[in-house]
Design a protein around this ligand. Structure first.
Ligand code: ADP
Length: 561
């Protein structure tokens, strides 16, 4: 290969010469200012970092070579017109661009692009304002860089938590927009983040700016006036109150998609319920899974279980407490006998259920009595409030924060299960039935054992279904461990597809494989997605390959992984 000229990136965008790239970067610097353009020139600039200090250039939890899913450069626009200008520039130069808000999309690819050499569009660096918190309407309007932690601080600083609570995911460092558009979840009654979004402002692939729902209607009473920049126009008074507006409902096509860049989003906040109690219920036997799930379903569907509760395998909680080496010298996955012993030592069950009660005390008492009575049918079930657990390393105490919308960073400790711990998530959707849960768990454990990796999993119970989250922890400095992790997820995807179980979200490396399992009627949905993609983004410059959707300008067969 020709020697790299100064200013060349480590990985050029596809079909792009050095000169073309340099001209592009020159123009990008003119748009955003040089301080907001960073070219990845050398391997040693690819520093994995960690959750607290994530990199913005590649996948921290790299499953392939560190430099495979890598951007050529990151560009951080300072405002909406600069996002629009960048989209026009990328079209002009035919260079792919991958937007991200914070880049902490941990277990799913982080800030990394699907197509090596794409421009990483770092939205969060400069566009990070909380634009509004409205306590009467119980909503907020945010920019991409607002993290759960930022929002929490904002509520605290302004004494707003007395009025409204935020729903947070397991870890507080991600962005509210990035998580919602990826259809991530939290654990309060408002746990389905996409369900709770209301109103978007989106830059389309051609640089056009739209507002969805009621936002499409100018509102002079809210201060809309001619001559103001579109992105600076105050929104319609009902933009964050009513999702649908008029005509086709567009918002869904901007989730897990390559059709637009979300630059503002409304999110509903939960009114402070006037009382709160987190709890844990432990179940002693692995076989209790079936009955526990059968008890959960009616309670959850009736909303006696008010929040998005989780049923966690012991291995998950054990991994939060200690690395694997603390429990065993062996390389193999833990046996049932070992897990039983660990359960005893940690005073936990083989399954541990975390939930919360919301409302004034009389309401909580009624709900608690129903919940307690229902789960008491399982022999050996034990019931705890946070104060019943030790102060040190108490998962219940951490969950007690999360379930009331206070973000934490503690949950990630399970990543240190192995040295150089990295992870990817395998996350199929299932019915809330004992049969489904047990079968999924058995398949998962069997394959994990074959791979010599631990089945660290939990069931996250939505309103009608469960997200079964399997955390595949591997050693990112050990090629064999990476190989096994990839084998494991690929095998599980195929195994589960045979039962009609599909994943709700995934890592870059297996987007193609999963997209291919959603193939009803000769891939009719994919054909529709491709048609929409090609008409909104004819050059295929925005996030090509995301969720398995390849623009017409790409020869799909040569890109599919
Ligand atoms: P987090 O905010 O949790 O760190 P990321 O910023 O890494 O998450 O975003 C995860 C993924 O979501 C990105 O890779 C991208 O595909 C998509 N995404 C994030 N922010 C936006 C946005 N503002 N507009 C469109 N897609 C986005």
């Amino acid at each position: 290969a020709a020697a790299k000229a100064p200013g060349d990136p480590l990985v050029l965008p596809p079909n792009t010469s050095s000169e073309h790239f340099r001209n592009f970067i020159k123009r990008a610097r003119e748009i955003t200012g040089s301080e907001n353009v960073f070219v990845v020139e050398r391997e040693d600039q690819l520093v994995d970092g960690n959750y607290m200090e994530p990199n913005k250039t590649h996948d921290m939890h790299h499953l392939f070579d560190r430099s495979y899913f890598t951007s050529s450069a990151t560009v951080a626009p300072r405002n909406v017109p600069e996002v629009q200008a960048m989209m026009r520039l990328c079209n002009e130069f035919d260079i792919p661009v991958w937007p991200f808000s914070i880049g902490r999309n941990t277990g799913y690819g982080g800030a990394a692009p699907r197509v090596p050499g794409s421009i990483g569009l770092n939205l969060g660096k400069n566009m990070n304002r909380v634009l509004e918190v409205n306590t009467d309407g119980a909503y907020a309007l945010v920019e991409p860089g607002v993290t759960y932690y930022d929002m929490h601080q904002y509520l605290e600083k302004n004494n707003l938590r007395e009025k409204v609570w935020l729903d947070v995911p397991d870890l507080g460092g991600g962005s509210i927009i990035g998580n919602a558009v990826e259809r991530g979840v939290g654990y309060s009654p408002y746990g389905d983040h996409w369900m709770m979004h209301c109103g978007l402002e989106v830059v389309l692939p051609n640089g056009e700016l739209i507002r969805t729902g009621m936002g499409a209607m100018p509102d002079r009473t809210a201060g809309h006036r001619d001559g103001l920049r579109p992105d600076e126009q105050p929104g319609n008074r009902a933009w964050q109150l009513f999702n649908y507006g008029f005509g086709p409902y567009n918002d869904g096509i901007f989730t897990q998609s390559s059709l637009g860049i979300v630059v503002k989003m409304g999110i509903w906040l939960m009114p402070n319920p006037g009382g709160y109690q987190a709890y844990m219920i432990t179940f002693p036997r692995d076989e209790d899974l079936h009955e526990v799930i059968e008890i959960i379903r009616p309670l959850r569907v009736q909303m006696v279980l008010q929040n998005v509760p989780t049923l966690r395998s012991l291995s998950m909680d054990a991994a939060v407490h200690h690395p694997k080496s603390y429990y065993t010298d062996s390389d193999a996955a833990l046996s049932d006998a070992q897990l039983d012993k660990i359960a005893k030592d940690l005073d936990l069950g083989r399954w541990n259920f975390y939930g919360a009660l919301y409302g004034p005390e009389p309401i909580r008492n009624v709900l608690w009595s129903v919940i307690k009575e229902s789960f008491s049918k399982i022999p050996g079930a034990k019931f705890y409030f946070p104060e019943d657990r030790p102060e040190e390393n108490s998962i219940l105490r951490t969950r007690a924060q999360t379930l009331q919308g206070i973000p934490t960073y503690d949950e990630l400790r399970w990543i240190d299960w192995l040295p150089n711990g990295a992870h990817l998530f395998f996350s199929p959707i299932s019915k809330i039935t004992g049969d489904d849960a047990v079968l999924q768990y058995q398949i998962t454990r069997k394959r994990c054992e074959e791979a010599g990796l631990e089945a660290i999993c939990d069931f996250v119970v939505g309103m009608r279904e469960m997200h079964h989250i399997v955390c595949i922890v591997f050693n990112r400095e050990d090629p064999e461990s990476k190989r096994r992790a990839l084998w494991l997820i690929r095998t599980l995807i195929d195994d589960c597809a045979k039962y009609g179980w599909g994943e709700y979200r995934t890592h870059l490396a297996v987007m193609d494989q999963i997209a291919n399992t959603y193939n009803f009627n000769d891939n009719a949905q994919m054909k529709l997605n491709e048609q929409i993609k090609n008409s909104l983004d004819p050059k295929g410059i925005l996030a090509p390959g995301k969720n398995g959707i390849w623009p017409q300008s790409y020869h799909k067969d040569s890109w599919v992984l």
